[in-house]
Design a protein around this ligand. Structure first.
Ligand SMILES: [Fe+2]
Length: 525
């Protein structure tokens, strides 16, 4: 790459906001590092190209964005870095050729955080695209493209974003990201299962390295393996991401300090969680507000796309009570209905209600993990609900829908991942009265690859929909959801790839639904 990095011409253009950005970045480095800055290596020599994991950006505001990279010349061998603090330069430009520099600075990549880099750029202009790049020693990173949010008091004409989740590396190729990159989205919202924790298995499309992830080194290696996927890298470099996790970033169906395996003691479960959360932070474009502290990490937060859309990003794993009734699929037992049990945790729930109560956005998005609709999967007699999902925490489910309804929260849309299938649901006020009015809509986005090659029409579709008439669409193919949001309407296109066990699947659109502002009903488009 022959970009003139930090040329004299560029330096002269440096203005006050650039200087401020650089200063705050250094302060951040000092905060993260227990070492003295005097020990920083400013002219490192690497054992190979250090930017093997690409670049990423995320959590944009109207004036800034987080830029991410990680120095890892040998990404699948503990990174291949010496145990030194390394100076990394960064710059943000208004043009792809990186000639009109808008901000620049230096930061420190240190071994305590796997030589990851998180720069919180400030002083950018609202609602515009930028390009960015890192440099360490004489090595220059690939360029990334990112954007700021529109000004908080503006009403943008349009937001286009993709909803992704569940990318099991062994289950298939990330072809969906290749198609997603061509759509020119403003944002990507990733709803979790960014990695899977299982040990390497035989006879899959691709192979994990090593055993099930338990230690920090294990989780770092797993994240690095996933991030070597070029389609994933390219999508990170194409737009800012808003990420949250689900269970597999730690362990299948974990709940707060409880492992799915009852023999695992709390202490061991929290130790594993601390390792998993740290590696997650190290590999995601997240702000310092999310910096993990031992086994705790605050991921719930709000992001605003002007007055058009508010994203309330939720974490339904860290604070939940254990799954009721022994988990699985079953009728709601007394525990599932208990008002003392929670999916969100009281702190997050209060934050959500405060945040929604204060919102003046046209669309209020809950970006979260598990399905909120109370879908009955027993088609003859009796009932069966998935205890890992909101119906296992019925009191919290009702509290949220009641709040949306009674407080007249404008146009609530719930975005869900987790279950490797597409659903378009109307969230009705009372699931015991199927004629009750719809309070919100729920778009469940399918997996990028988890589950392998899927089916357009599941065998039980007709029974499912006759038992649950609020389910307007369901399919189990791989893909993502493309959302186009305007002040008047929200269109969701369910994009599909027919196979992921081979490369090159073309992109299909299986269904499109429109929700008109003021009317939480799904209409086929
Ligand atoms: Fe998943």
């Amino acid at each position: 790459m022959n970009t003139p990095f930090f040329s004299l011409t560029n330096s002269r253009r440096m203005h006050r906001r650039t200087f401020l950005a650089a200063t705050s970045s250094l302060a951040a480095a000092a905060l993260w590092s227990s070492r003295a800055l005097a020990n920083v290596v400013t002219a490192p020599k690497f054992s190979g190209y250090p930017f093997t994991l690409g670049v990423a950006s995320g959590d944009p505001t109207a004036t800034g964005v987080v830029l991410w990279t990680r120095l890892a010349p040998k990404p699948l061998e503990d990174g291949g870095m010496p145990p030194d603090d390394i100076e990394v330069s960064w710059q943000v430009a208004e043009d792809e050729a990186m000639t009109k520099i808008a901000a620049k600075g230096t930061t420190i990549a240190n071994p305590e955080w796997a030589h990851s880099v998180h720069v919180e750029v400030e002083g950018l202009r609202p609602d515009r695209w930028y390009w960015y790049q890192f440099k360490a020693g004489s090595e220059v990173s690939p360029k990334g493209r990112t954007r700021t949010m529109p000004a908080s008091d503006s009403l943008p004409e349009r937001l286009r974003f993709a909803v992704a989740s569940c990318q099991h590396f062994e289950a298939g190729f990330f072809t969906a990201y290749e198609h997603m990159a061509r759509e020119g989205f403003d944002l990507v919202v990733h709803l979790g299962d960014y990695i899977y924790e299982g040990k390497a298995q035989e006879n899959r499309t691709r192979r994990h390295l090593g055993g099930a992830t338990v230690t920090l080194a294990d989780y770092r290696l797993r994240h690095a393996l996933y991030r070597t996927d070029l389609a994933l890298q390219a999508m990170h470099a194409a737009a800012p991401w808003i990420v949250t996790w689900d269970d597999h970033e730690v362990e299948n169906n974990y709940a707060a300090e409880h492992s799915e395996r009852k023999v695992v003691r709390t202490e061991a479960a929290l130790k594993r969680r601390a390792a998993a959360y740290k590696a997650y932070y190290e590999h995601m474009p997240l702000r310092r507000a999310a910096l993990p502290k031992g086994p705790d990490m605050q991921l719930y937060r709000q992001l605003m796309f002007g007055r058009l859309a508010n994203f309330q990003v939720l974490d339904t794993r860290q604070y939940r009570d254990v799954q009721p009734c022994g988990g699985g699929r079953k009728p709601q037992c007394p525990d599932a209905l208990s008002p003392d049990r929670t999916l969100l945790g009281t702190g997050q729930r209060q934050w959500l209600f405060d945040s929604l109560g204060a919102s003046s956005a046209t669309w209020n998005i809950l970006a979260q993990q598990v399905m909120m609709a109370r879908v009955d999967r027993a088609y003859d007699e009796g009932e069966a609900f998935v205890m890992d999902q909101w119906p296992g925490y019925e009191a919290d489910r009702r509290r949220v829908l009641k709040f949306l309804h009674e407080r007249k929260v404008a146009n609530p849309v719930v975005l869900t991942g987790d279950i490797h299938s597409n659903w378009a649901n109307e969230l009705i006020a009372d699931f015991d009265d199927l004629d009750s009015r719809s309070v919100a809509t729920e778009i469940v986005g399918t997996s990028i690859s988890s589950g392998g090659d899927g089916r357009e029409k599941p065998n039980d579709l007709d029974q499912l929909q006759s038992e649950n008439p609020f389910v307007k669409f369901h399919s189990t193919e791989r893909g993502y959801v493309s959302c186009e949001v305007t002040p008047k309407s929200w269109k969701s296109d369910f994009r599909a790839v027919e196979y992921v066990t081979r490369r090159g699947a073309p992109l299909l659109t299986r269904a499109s639904f429109v929700v008109e502002a003021g009317q939480p009903k799904l209409q086929r488009a």
